[in-house]
Write a protein that binds this ligand. Sequence first.
Ligand code: DQA
Length: 149
Amino acid sequence: MTKILVLNGPNLNLLGTRQPEVYGHTTLDMMMDRCVSHGVTLGQTVTHMQSNHEGALIDAIHNARGTQDGIVLNAGAYTHTSIAIMDAISSAQVPVVEVHLSNIHARETFRHHSYIAPVAIGQICGFGVNSYVLALQALAAHLSGEDAV
Ligand code: DQA
């Protein structure tokens, strides 16, 4: 089994009631249950964490070094602001897939830029909860070397 951390950033604890027209009606708990069960089918032990605090997210990325095989990261609005999270990923030596529920490129201009994208192995956005499922699949392929060109 590979070990995958699904890390969720600010305001994602409000999923289900937060702007449902953008983010849907599925709660974070429901989404993470889906990740855990889908992970099993991929041979992944999925753990998850959510924090509204930048430093806590950075600590989680640091702690993943040597303990996790990959990270699925939805950094929420910190995606667009946090050089500190970008630096943490650069230092952690753990592959990261960036995910977003919404298509950030089809929204306000300030959401088009991601500090995570340059240090992630890839970005998946716009597919709701399936963004996470696709990210787990992408990590499985990456870790088994199937995505090598
Ligand atoms: C989000 C997109 C971000 O722009 C926003 O700040 C979020 C959620 C998404 O999952 O679509 O909090 O990361």
